[in-house]
Design a protein around this ligand. Structure first.
Ligand SMILES: Cc1cc2nc3c(=O)[nH]c(=O)nc-3n(C[C@H](O)[C@H](O)[C@H](O)COP(=O)(O)OP(=O)(O)OC[C@H]3O[C@@H](n4cnc5c(N)ncnc54)[C@H](O)[C@@H]3O)c2cc1C
Length: 407
């Protein structure tokens, strides 16, 4: 690495940012590592915010990503409550509203994503969204005094919220604009199975139902007006309608943005000495031969690690297969790879509402899998996808052949 690299700034202290900071330290980088967050407190994991934290199975102290002791030991300058306002890619400088600008020799942008807000004209300001630890704490408190919650959005966050609310004994109506749940990540067959699980737990699911207007009835109750003329009465409203990448800063500084910050295989952006990692990137995935943007924990961790290596002058390669998990009631879902509409689903193993494993084949190649309570098979399937080997559907259906035997 050039001796002129005296300061590496990591902008954003989520999973990608923390992973980058730790990697720089472990690679022996001894100059300044500055990790900047616009949040307060220690960096934390987001997945438990919609699961264990809501259910009281974990507390904020259990989900920190790095301890104060490690921050000191790794000599990371961790700056909290600092919103970066602009990046000057010519002078290599970032600026804040109330602090002096800082020069960087390398910059890693890891600004993540934010909850998408409802596009409704008259929107009360006490609708809940879930992205941060404060959001999760507010929802936990409100759930304790609620009897009927309306959840807008039938994606993973909405479903995890529904599961937590039902587990706590709260009545749930879940509203989804599309004709199926989780439309971006699973096909109709899997969506139907997920829907059945929630219905058996007492969630009232309304598909093809868009909220047109939210009316406050009194201090503690709401009336949601749906586009099909129906109404839902409730005492709490949470929206989980997807996320948007935090790209405004990069865009304003002239860095290429196209559904995320565009990065090359070395996680370099279009600006010199500026890298990006995590939810915020749009990157080329070798296995799928197209550019994608992922919102997943493992992806953020891997990209943070690789961006740090690239910063140190290593040539890197992203080979991770998209992987996401979700916990709902006693169930664990694992979603591996990218499953397009024309992929053929092949069931392996048990097939019930207690557990199933479906692999997806495209042109005789395994491209993805969805498992319910069958997580132990996931690592073999990951290797199979990475191998890009030809696999016949007939053989894959044969349960006497182990997944390992296809490798
Ligand atoms: C409730 C919830 C549950 C989830 N569950 C799962 C799950 O079960 N499985 C899974 O795989 N993934 C899950 N995810 C997704 C996963 O947590 C994210 O993909 C991951 O956190 C992305 O990490 P990141 O570092 O890219 O971004 P983030 O975690 O979003 O971190 C970015 C940080 O940058 C800060 N920032 C942004 N702009 C600025 C600025 N201008 N100045 C200073 N700081 C700034 C942000 O405030 C934030 O702290 C979940 C996410 C949420 C919200």
């Amino acid at each position: 690495m050039e001796t002129t690299v005296k300061r590496i700034i990591i902008l954003g202290a989520g999973t990608a940012g923390v992973s980058a900071a730790k990697k720089l330290h472990s690679l022996g980088y001894e100059n300044e590592i500055v990790l900047i967050s616009d949040e307060q407190g220690l960096p934390y994991d987001r997945p438990p915010l919609s699961k264990e934290l809501l259910l009281g199975k974990m507390s904020p102290g259990d989900i920190t990503q790095i301890s104060n002791a490690d921050i000191l030991r790794m000599k990371i300058q961790y700056l909290t409550d600092r919103h970066v306002q602009s990046i000057n890619t010519i002078n290599q400088e970032i600026s804040f509203s109330a602090h002096a600008p800082m020069h960087y020799d390398r910059l890693i942008i890891a600004t993540g994503s934010r909850a998408r807000k409802l596009d409704i004209a008259s929107q009360p300001n006490d609708i809940y969204y879930l992205r941060t630890i404060e959001d999760s704490e507010r929802i936990t408190t409100k759930l304790k005094s609620s009897r009927h919650i309306a959840i807008i959005g039938g994606g993973w966050i909405g479903l995890e919220l529904a599961a937590a609310a039902r587990t706590l004994g709260v009545k749930v109506t879940l509203l989804e604009a599309a004709p199926q749940l989780c439309g971006r990540s699973v096909n109709n067959d899997i969506a139907t199975r997920i829907q059945e699980i929630h219905q058996s737990e007492g969630v009232y699911i309304r598909l093809e139902s868009s909220v047109e207007n939210i009316e406050r009835v009194d201090d503690n109750s709401w009336k949601l007006h749906l586009d099909n003329g129906k109404k839902v009465h409730c005492d709490m409203v949470v929206a989980g309608i997807g996320t948007l990448p935090n790209t405004a800063l990069a865009k304003a500084s002239g860095i290429d943005v196209d559904n995320g910050i565009v990065v090359d295989p070395d996680f370099k952006t279009s600006a010199p000495h500026v890298y990006a990692a995590g939810d915020v990137t749009n990157f080329y995935h070798c296995s799928y031969r197209r550019s994608i943007r992922l919102e997943s924990y493992v992806n953020a961790q891997t990209q943070g690690d690789l961006a740090a290596r690239a910063c140190m002058g290593e040539s890197v390669k992203y080979t991770e297969i998209p992987w996401f998990w979700s916990d709902q009631y006693e169930h664990n879902f694992q979603i591996l790879g990218q499953v397009t509409g024309d992929a053929e689903g092949i069931d392996r193993g048990p097939n019930s509402d207690k557990g199933f494993l479906t692999l997806y084949l495209n042109d005789d190649r395994v491209v993805g899998a969805i498992a319910l309570n069958q997580g132990r098979e996931i690592r073999h399937i990951k290797k199979l996808i990475q191998s890009e080997k030809n696999v016949s559907a007939v053989k894959l259906r044969d349960l006497s052949l182990t997944l390992n035997s296809f490798l």
